[in-house]
Design a protein around this ligand. Structure first.
Ligand code: HEC
Length: 327
């Protein structure tokens, strides 16, 4: 065996076997592992080794080979022999000059790349709440649906008496289907909450006071708002309003968790309305560099629909909006 080793050593120098070993290890880590992973997992794509891990493997390989090379004086002599021969110009002066110029240039380029100052995002807290471009007129805005006017309540009571309560088109089909299947019940039993039950009982007794009518109308708005929320917001903000909808994990800037007390509870309703209306594109420059996926709802929802959703949003999250300060 030692004879064979001797023959091999005379043929290929230790310097070149070391270089070849490094190249083979790199190829294995870089391409071998992904190909093998694909075979093992049976997935239609390879699993690449992360750059940081490639760096660790290569550092370990260099350390191991350095130990091997410096194992004895004999090994080290053999390793540096071709290097010394090259530097003495035994392989020609031109290649030596090229290498002696190229190596410092390459090292210098690397150092420059690591240390040169770059244009970077200034370190600052991201501001996503009322700031520069927030129109002050929104600050005192109140949700008109939270406290319907006497005229609206009156109209609703009249509709209820005539069994002709109008629902938004998005839910009308569901309401119609329910009524067909529940012909024996009062049409408004469709919304089985306590204020609505009280209202239906008062209707049957023929004595509806404005407070009961108003509470029932708000229940109807809440029902419609919940449906609109499910259609438009749930995918991102979730059933629970916890910012955990099925699409939420896809966004680097996660959809807001409304149940967190640091979110919609800390802003006035008018601001929530402005935020829903203008979405990510309407945010001030301080809110960048992150891109918010929040859509600009003024493009696809009417003002009334937006207020209904906001009514339902606070209700679902069991939060109340901030009360505007008195100055
Ligand atoms: C495509 C995903 C997506 C959809 C759909 C979506 N949102 Fe958002 N929403 C976000 C993201 C992401 C944020 C966080 C943005 C940020 O912090 O700038 C956000 C933020 C908000 C905020 C700001 C809360 C705060 O404290 O400032 C409100 C309010 C809001 N969304 C309401 C809604 C409503 C109402 C709907 C449905 C009409 C909706 N969102 C639909 C992704 C979405």
């Amino acid at each position: 065996m030692s004879g064979g080793g001797g023959v091999l050593r005379r043929r290929i120098n230790r310097f070149w076997t070391t270089v070849a070993a490094l190249a083979v290890i790199y190829a294995l880590v870089r391409w071998g592992i992904p190909v093998a992973s694909r075979q093992i997992t049976g997935m239609p794509f390879p699993l690449p080794v992360p750059g940081a891990l490639v760096f660790i493997y290569m550092t370990l390989a260099v350390v191991a080979l350095a130990i091997l090379v410096t194992f004895s004086d004999e090994h080290l002599d053999e390793f540096v022999r071709p290097v010394k021969a090259f530097l003495r110009g035994e392989h020609g002066r031109l290649p030596r000059t090229v290498v002696l110029v190229a190596v410092p240039l390459l090292v210098g380029w690397q150092v420059w790349g690591v240390t040169a100052p770059e244009v970077a995002v200034p370190a600052a807290l991201r501001i996503q709440h009322p700031s520069s471009n927030f129109p002050k007129s929104f600050e005192t805005l109140k949700n008109p649906l939270a406290n319907p006017s006497d005229a609206d309540v009156q109209a609703f009571v009249e509709q209820a008496k005539a069994n002709a309560v109008a629902f938004i088109p998005q839910v009308a089909a569901d309401v119609k289907r329910w009524r067909e299947a529940n012909a024996d019940k009062h049409p408004l039993d469709f919304i089985p909450t306590a204020p609505m039950k009280k209202f239906v009982a008062a209707l049957k007794a023929g004595a509806v006071d404005p407070q009961t009518g108003r509470a029932a109308l708000v229940e109807k708005y809440l029902f419609e708002g919940r449906a609109l929320y499910a259609m438009n917001c749930r995918a991102c903000h979730g059933d629970s309003t916890g910012g955990d909808g099925p699409m939420a994990d896809g966004f680097k800037l996660r959809p807001i968790n409304f149940t967190d007390s640091g979110t919609i509870e800390t802003i006035v309703e008018g601001y929530t309305f402005w935020r829903v209306t203008n979405g990510g594109p309407g945010l001030p420059t301080e809110a960048t560099p992150w891109d918010s996926a929040m859509p600009e709802w003024k493009l696809s929802l009417t003002e009334g629909e937006r207020w209904k959703i906001i009514l339902a949003e606070y209700d679902l999250a069991q939060k109340t909006p901030r009360i505007p300060e008195q100055h």
